[in-house]
Design a protein around this ligand. Structure first.
Ligand code: FES
Length: 116
């Protein structure tokens, strides 16, 4: 649900403790993978750019690098850059921050896409 400042609540920060990769569904149907590294949140598309694999369901987070569970390709969650083969195409990242103990998406920055 979007608050009056244009932020969309994605999940409680506590859900991402210990390197757990979270997920959230945007109003436009896109599924995001959510990460917490050194107390900072990051969000990317959930679907690996190499194939049909969910990073939230099958991936593994090590520092700022998420490894896809399907073929072990990697991305930097800060930039979305593909870091390891077989991934070559960057994954999309999203503007998120922590507010009131929740990971929030700056929906105002994406209002056209989200229809907000
Ligand atoms: S589907 Fe992710 S590395 Fe192949």
């Amino acid at each position: 649900m979007m608050d009056d400042q244009g932020f969309l609540s994605l999940c409680p920060v506590a859900d991402l403790a210990g390197g757990t990769i979270g997920s959230a569904l945007l109003p436009n149907g896109v599924k995001l993978a959510l990460y917490l590294v050194e107390d900072l949140p990051f969000a990317t598309d959930d679907r690996c750019t190499h194939g049909n694999s969910s990073l939230a369901d099958e991936g593994c987070l090590e520092g700022h690098i998420v490894e896809c569970g399907m073929h072990l390709g990697t991305f930097d969650v800060r930039t979305g850059a593909a870091m390891g083969a077989p991934c070559t195409k960057a994954i999309r990242t999203y503007p998120v921050e922590i507010r009131d103990g929740k990971v929030m998406l700056s929906a105002a920055a994406m209002s056209a896409e989200l229809g907000a």
